[in-house]
Ligand binder design. Structure first.
Ligand SMILES: Cc1cc2nc3c(=O)[nH]c(=O)nc-3n(C[C@H](O)[C@H](O)[C@H](O)COP(=O)(O)O)c2cc1C
Length: 314
């Protein structure tokens, strides 16, 4: 059976504009997780999160909203908000590694606090009928933290736990820890999804062969770096479509146009696209040269010329 592939959220990248264009040009993703909603001490949903989750902006996609908080009231507030839009599931982020987040006991900084995890899940399950799923790292300081959280997590009817097989302290550095991920499989009754460093058909197969009981895989950065990857995994092929760069070019133009309409001025759109090119460039023979060329483009016209020349010479 073909594996189930999920788009792992990337704040600043995988918003509804990206998701719709991705789905239109590449496909291969069963469900998209939206980047996290975070409240700033107020029970108020920022307009950009609202736009991202509006059903009319996601009408052809399966989307699961995500929240990052350590506060039971905030969690419930976001539950009510996403339910008011029609969503049935809320994903909870216990993975974010950034010190500003973890020092305040959120993201991967919350994994070592099963008591607080319990308070949030208790309120969510007692005061709503939302389906809760988790996205976690294996800990912040070390990969055994999650094992101590499992007995609490096992008390609740979570849909699944997606695990990015790193610890928070690593940020995005160093390898994924597959031995520690293996311990998670026997450490919980919940269904686990695998996440981390799936960047090619080979790396996917390595994970699939090592963990035959896992059939859900989340792909984050690899999907932006090579948007054809999910479909290639689904079809078990390393072959790109003949018109690979034509499709990529149309996709690029679609997101460029949409971000250009949304962002005001040449600098924000340039920075937005530069962020994407830091990933896209990994599909080209000399990534650094590509990023350098994009950085150098000093006007929208020069940017378009640079992109045209990159795609002509590939
Ligand atoms: C720029 C950036 C933004 C991210 N934003 C989120 C987010 O909003 N929610 C989340 O659960 N994970 C977020 N992540 C983590 C990814 O979803 C993913 O778990 C991680 O990159 C590992 O998977 P990958 O190797 O397939 O990218 C982010 C990662 C990056 C690099």
């Amino acid at each position: 059976m073909a594996p189930t592939l999920l788009s792992s959220p990337l704040q600043g990248f995988t918003d509804f504009r990206f998701r719709n264009a991705f789905q239109h040009y590449f496909g291969g993703i069963d469900t998209f997780y939206a980047p996290y909603i975070r409240l700033n001490g107020q029970l108020k949903i920022k307009q950009s999160y609202q736009n991202d989750l509006q059903l009319e902006n996601n009408s052809t996609l399966n989307v699961i909203p995500q929240v990052m908080t350590n506060d039971p009231d905030e969690f419930l507030f976001v539950v009510k908000y996403v339910q008011s839009l029609g969503y049935k599931e809320l994903n909870w982020n216990l993975g974010c590694p950034y010190p500003m987040v973890t020092k305040s006991g959120m993201g991967s900084g919350l994994i070592c606090n099963p008591t607080r995890i319990n308070e949030v899940l208790h309120k969510a399950h007692n005061e709503s009928d939302i389906v809760v799923s988790m996205k976690m790292r294996m800990g912040y300081e070390n990969a055994t933290e999650i094992l101590d959280a499992f007995p609490i997590l096992d008390k609740y009817p979570l849909k699944n736990i997606a695990i990015h097989a790193r610890i928070g302290k690593q940020l995005y550095n160093g390898p994924v820890d597959l031995d520690a991920f293996e311990k998670c499989i026997s450490g919980t009754k919940h269904k686990l999804y695998y996440n981390g460093d799936i960047t090619s058909l080979e790396s996917f197969k390595k994970i699939q062969n090592r963990f035959p009981t896992i059939d859900h895989f989340m792909i984050g950065r690899g999907l932006i770096a090579d948007p054809f990857l999910p479909n290639m995994i689904k079809n078990d092929t390393k072959a790109y479509p003949k018109n690979r760069w034509e499709i990529f070019s149309e996709f690029h133009d679609r997101i460029y146009q949409q971000y250009d309409e949304y962002l005001s001025g040449p600098t924000p759109i340039k920075m937005k696209m530069l962020g994407f090119w830091e990933f896209f460039s990994q599909s080209f023979p000399n990534p650094q040269k590509i990023v350098k060329a994009i950085k150098k483009a000093s006007s929208p016209k020069k940017y378009q010329e640079t992109v045209a020349s990159i795609l002509k010479n590939v």
